[in-house]
Ligand binder design. Structure first.
Ligand code: SF4
Ligand SMILES: [Zn+2]
Length: 323
């Protein structure tokens, strides 16, 4: 069989069922996201081939992954595309089955928009994946971003409601699948304080409806509407102090990988305390040791005063309600 490299693949470690487990992450090339509108997303530009060729394309990438990671020990596989793995218009059902066959006996997390989560599709996937050795072989990961419909619509243009997310959770649970919710910290048009509030509420509200919660501090990706605002000084990625505060105040473990941490396009503080805080957040995500966050919050850096000033004084981005 022909081999084709995925967009990216790597091994690492992840937290699952209160354990740290070896994991494999694969980002597959597919014909791409069917929505392609989210204001902060550059993945929507990733489009590979036509749907007619998608099954062969996925199979070729799976062949590469099987060869490349043959003999590697990993319990968890996370498969992403630049869209939705469960969208039959992006990943044909036979290709999804092939993903299940390739990782039989492991736990598989597939990322998708909620409208594609349906019980029979998950049952099919589980039948290819499950060899009886894992209690819950399939998890669906959904980029809910926030539980606030207005923020999801106006600041992100995500195109689905919280009610649709909850429907997807019911479908997943009926199929015996787990659910991972991704939240987005500080999309466009929110002040630093509003963004903290949005995440605090979202974590509390989604907790009964997600087995795993992960928060992505927003980064400025290229060729996005968010970048357009950022270049005009109308957007600043969140402070790492805010990320710490949200994780500390959450009533549960929330994982977070501050991609681009410390850089101007990523979540950042002043430049000198960033590295230590990013390391603490990554450690906490994996080990759930709260003391790492407490220590990081106590780092004596002058930029903490700047952050406190911003929280108190920043006013919402002013938009006229009418023309
Ligand atoms: S965030 Fe997801 S749904 Fe939105 S455009 Fe990007 S890939 Fe599509
Ligand atoms: Zn600092």
């Amino acid at each position: 069989m022909n081999e084709e490299r995925p967009l990216a693949s790597w091994t690492g470690t992840d937290r699952l069922d209160d354990r740290v487990v070896p994991s494999l992450t694969v980002i597959l090339k597919t014909p791409g996201c069917s929505w392609r509108r989210c204001r902060m997303c550059s993945y929507r530009h990733e489009r590979h081939g036509r749907i007619e060729d998608a099954e062969a394309l996925v199979r070729a990438q799976l062949a590469y992954v099987r060869r490349e990671y043959d003999g590697c020990d990993f319990d968890l596989v996370k498969v992403f595309s630049s869209g939705s793995l469960l969208d039959p218009g992006e990943v044909p059902p036979a290709a999804l089955d092939a993903i299940g066959d390739s990782f039989r006996g492991r736990t598989l997390i597939v990322e998708t928009r909620p409208e594609y989560v349906d019980r029979s599709r998950l049952d099919d996937l589980a039948s290819h994946l499950d060899d009886g050795s894992v209690a819950r072989p399939v998890y669906v990961a959904i980029g809910l971003e926030t539980t606030n419909d207005l923020v999801r619509e106006k600041s992100i243009d995500k195109g689905f409601s919280y009610a649709m997310y909850l429907h997807a959770v019911r479908e997943a649970r009926e199929a015996g699948a787990g659910v991972k919710a991704y939240l987005l910290h500080k999309p466009l048009f929110l002040t630093e304080a509003e963004a903290i509030e949005d995440m605090a509420r979202s974590i509390a509200e989604v907790s009964p409806h997600a087995d795993l919660v992960s928060m992505n501090p927003c980064t400025v990706q290229r060729r996005t509407e968010l970048e357009w605002y950022w270049q005009r000084r109308a957007y600043r990625p969140p402070y790492l102090w805010s990320v710490l505060k949200i994780l500390l105040d959450a009533g549960r473990h929330v994982s977070s990988d501050p991609l681009g941490g410390g850089r101007s396009r990523g979540p950042h503080n002043c430049g000198s305390c960033d590295r230590e805080i990013v390391d603490a957040i990554r450690d906490y995500s994996l080990t759930a040791e709260r003391s790492r966050l407490v220590e990081a919050m106590a780092i004596p850096c002058d930029c903490k005063k700047e952050w406190e000033f911003v929280l108190e004084n920043e006013r919402p981005y002013c938009m006229p309600l009418t023309r």
